[in-house]
Write a protein that binds this ligand. Structure first.
Ligand code: ATP
Ligand code: MG
Length: 401
């Protein structure tokens, strides 16, 4: 019995003229993601992608696990493929779903015939398979409204496919169809979730991390890399740029009012990030800010931060609350890493009483004590880079922006 993975497309099917392009990107992403898992053939027809093992090492269990983390997939199911003959379909259904059928007391069969040359209609095929399964499993009864198990029989061009309940996919749009953006990533709970949310909308990610050695440690940076490795299981590979800002922070501490420390630092982050983003093909920035969560995330503070960014800043968590963010981070698998206790550059020199409603002219006046341009240039002279994949983290060349 040949086993395959059927992958159902999500929102893509709502696309009009560019639907083909979206499908092509998704196919490419699936092929790339499955490549380390052995050889598969990946083809598409009629809003379904077929993944077939093409070598003995091709592991369908692992392929299934990967499929659950590919954006653009609404659902997926392991199915058995059989010749399009009703007797063969009946026998295969009884055999392939033997364990599932043994474990329930009610079921129904849903038929779907997209090959109109098949002599039975969808309803007729379903009824015949249902009758056969009943005859082989006397403990079962049919419940069309609330069955414990729905057996699906799909009669398609090259074969008939039989499967039980499909699993929910990760949803969203294929990564790469939504352009490229830079996620400002800290070691916290929020920014990895923000990265994941934008990747789910098809955005290809580049990561920027600000570190503050000697105030922050190498372990803190490794933690951020680990977080991104988890995110990359969904988003695919990405580059991470690490920018050192200790000197800039000392300058702010020494020359600006303490209550504005965080907001001025965040404006520096925006300027430096804009430059990196522009030079790496990104057209937006992403942060993990959520309205009102801390002093630098009030409407007024965000306005001051935005004024220093020269591209759109996406804040996908702006209207979520912490419990929702935490629940998503558990789902993504980043939570346990995020709560490891390492320092972040934002916790260095934190003001005791940050101003919660800064006005832009007030902040700009305070900033005038600094040589802003020179400090940004200095941080960007030597930016460390690594390339992150789900399997490994590769060192890359130091860059200058
Ligand atoms: P997070 O949990 O993502 O760290 P947070 O609630 O701790 O968020 P802040 O520390 O104020 O909030 O940071 C707000 C946002 O600024 C973060 O979500 C992230 O996008 C960005 N950010 C903070 N620290 C850094 C850093 N060291 N490097 C890059 N970006 C950062
Ligand atoms: Mg933080």
């Amino acid at each position: 019995m040949e086993e395959v993975l059927l992958i159902k497309l999500g929102e893509i099917v709502l696309k009009g003229l560019n639907r083909k392009t979206f499908e092509q990107v998704l196919l490419k992403n699936i092929r790339r993601r499955l490549a380390p898992r052995g050889e598969f053939t990946v083809t598409s027809a009629q809003s379904t992608i077929y993944v077939k093992p093409a070598s003995p090492e091709a592991d369908l269990d692992l392929a299934e696990e990967k499929a659950g983390k590919i954006f653009g997939v609404i659902a997926y199911a392991r199915a058995c493929a059989v010749e399009k003959e009703i007797g063969a379909i009946q026998r295969a259904a009884a055999e392939y779903l033997k364990n599932e059928l043994a474990g329930v007391s009610t079921f129904k069969v849903e038929g779907k015939r997209s090959d109109k040359k098949f002599p039975l209609t969808s309803m007729e095929a379903a009824a015949q398979v249902g009758g056969y399964l009943l005859s082989k499993n006397p403990h079962l009864s049919v419940d069309v409204h609330n069955p414990e198990l729905t057996v699906r029989v799909e009669i398609r061009e090259e074969a008939a496919y039989i499967h039980g309940a499909p699993r929910p996919g990760a949803g969203g749009l294929p990564v790469g169809t939504g352009g490229q953006a830079a996620i400002l990533i800290s070691g916290g709970i929020d920014s990895p979730v923000a990265a994941w949310m934008m990747a789910r909308r098809g955005v290809e990610l580049t990561a920027i991390h600000f570190a503050s050695p000697p105030y922050t440690s190498e372990r803190a940076e490794m933690k951020v890399q680990e977080l991104l490795r988890k995110v990359s299981e969904y988003s695919g590979r990405m580059k991470m740029y690490t920018v050192e800002i200790a000197h800039m922070q000392e300058e702010i501490r020494d020359k600006c009012p303490e209550e504005l420390f965080t907001i001025i630092m965040r404006r520096f982050m925006m300027r430096a990030s804009t430059r990196i983003a522009e030079k790496t093909g990104c057209s937006a920035l992403i942060t993990g800010e959520s309205l009102g969560q801390v002093a630098s995330q009030t409407i007024q503070a965000i306005a001051c931060t935005d004024a220093a960014a020269e591209m759109p800043v996406f804040r996908p968590l702006i209207g979520t609350d912490k419990a929702e963010i935490v629940s998503l981070s558990h789902q993504i698998g980043t939570f346990d890493i995020s709560i490891e206790p390492y320092e972040d550059c934002c916790t260095v020199f934190t003001p005791r009483h940050p101003r919660t409603r800064p006005s832009l002219p007030f902040v700009e006046k305070a900033e005038a004590a600094l040589d802003v341009q020179a400090l940004v240039d200095e941080c960007l002279e030597s930016v460390r880079c690594v390339e992150i994949t789900p399997e490994r983290i590769y060192p890359a060349e130091t860059a200058s922006f």
